[in-house]
Design a protein around this ligand. Structure first.
Ligand code: UDP
Ligand code: MG
Length: 325
């Protein structure tokens, strides 16, 4: 069995060499069991020496394939590129910053041999800041109520995918990619195991609170149109409240005569309703924006340099542009 390791790298010059050493060690241990390995590293437009390091690795180790983007296209694009350029019978997707312990690959391969198409590593949240743990928990509780696929806290991109899962993912050509959701959407027999979270050793996480918030909204919006439905219900609820309130005021006027006070009520109603309308417009705008991006049909990434000549035959390759060095 050929196992492809797909790892996106963004400004990882300090760790990528060590990462490769560690996975190489794992590869050597898997070799006697009849498993070959290849490494697909995607340089996501790093501004440091990541590409040079990858080129060196490619010269030293014939199993290294690298793809380098013309600029930073984001991790989702890097993952897609990695999957397209991987030729393995199964693919292990993992971060290149050693936060996903490579020793677990053996465990994953064992489980995949038991017939699972997705072997998912779930991290504990030990070592995380308490604020992030709590917001994550709240977020998952909310989002699982809203989207159709099930998203699990601590489950990320660290997983083994069988060839048919990879092909299924590659067949989803949408521009706005939320891979957590895509993996869950594809389905197939899956199993999950837990591992202890490792704290980042070098560099900085590229996630700020704001980017996490945006990521969360992406998750919410890219999977269904339930937010639109929620807006509809909110509108109906408000209309009902307005009707009841009007009836009450008219009733009071009939019983006690006309009274003029009501400035506060008036201002509250005007501003609150304006706020609600803006939110609904925002929700509609989000969907329209997504349609806009899909319709443009631009490639997910542009390749600046690679040592991969062809992707696996017969697999969906996307536009030819994606592959032009
Ligand atoms: N990454 C990437 N492009 C980006 C940001 C991150 O390819 O624009 C890669 C990064 O090199 C790492 C993985 O995605 O291998 C996870 O990134 P990071 O460690 O910053 O995120 P976290 O571990 O905090 O979720
Ligand atoms: Mg990380």
């Amino acid at each position: 069995m050929l196992i492809s390791i797909v790892a996106p790298c963004y400004n990882e010059e300090e760790v990528i060499g060590r990462f490769h050493e560690v996975v190489q060690k794992v590869a050597n241990e898997l070799l006697p069991l009849g498993h070959d390995m290849e490494f697909v590293y995607v340089d996501d437009g790093s501004r440091d020496r990541t590409l040079e390091v990858l080129k060196q690795l490619g010269e030293l180790d014939a199993r290294v394939r690298y793809v380098s983007f013309s600029r930073n296209f984001g991790k989702e694009a890097a993952l897609l590129a990695g999957l397209r350029h991987a030729s393995g019978d199964c693919v292990v997707v993992m971060d290149s910053d050693l936060q996903h312990p490579p020793e677990l690959i053996k465990r994953m391969v064992e489980l995949s041999e038991q017939g699972y198409d997705q072997v998912i590593a779930k991290r504990t949240r030990s070592g995380d800041r308490i604020t992030r743990t709590v917001t994550a928990r709240l977020y998952y509780r909310l989002i699982n109520r809203l989207v159709d696929v099930e998203l699990v806290d601590g489950v990320g991109d660290f997983r083994l995918l069988s060839r048919r899962v990879v092909d299924a993912i590659l067949a989803l050509t949408e521009y706005n990619r939320f891979s957590k959701g895509l993996f869950a959407w594809v389905g197939f027999p899956s199993t999950t195991f837990e591992y202890e979270n490792a704290v980042r050793e070098h560099g900085r996480s590229s996630w700020s609170f704001r980017s996490l918030l945006n990521y969360g909204l992406d998750g919410l919006l890219s999977f269904n149109n339930r937010p639109l439905r929620a807006a509809l219900y909110l509108g109906m609820g408000l209309l009902l409240c307005a009707g009841l309130y009007t009836a009450w005021i008219v009733g009071a006027a009939l019983i006690h005569g006309v009274q003029t006070p009501g400035y506060v009520t008036m201002i509250t109603a005007v501003t609150a309703l304006a706020g609600v309308q803006m939110i609904m417009l925002g929700v509609i705008g989000e969907y329209t924006g997504r349609i806009y991006y899909e319709v443009k049909g631009r490639p997910h990434f542009l390749v600046k340099a690679t040592n991969v000549e062809r992707t696996r035959a017969g697999e969906p390759r996307g536009t030819a542009k994606d592959l032009i060095p």
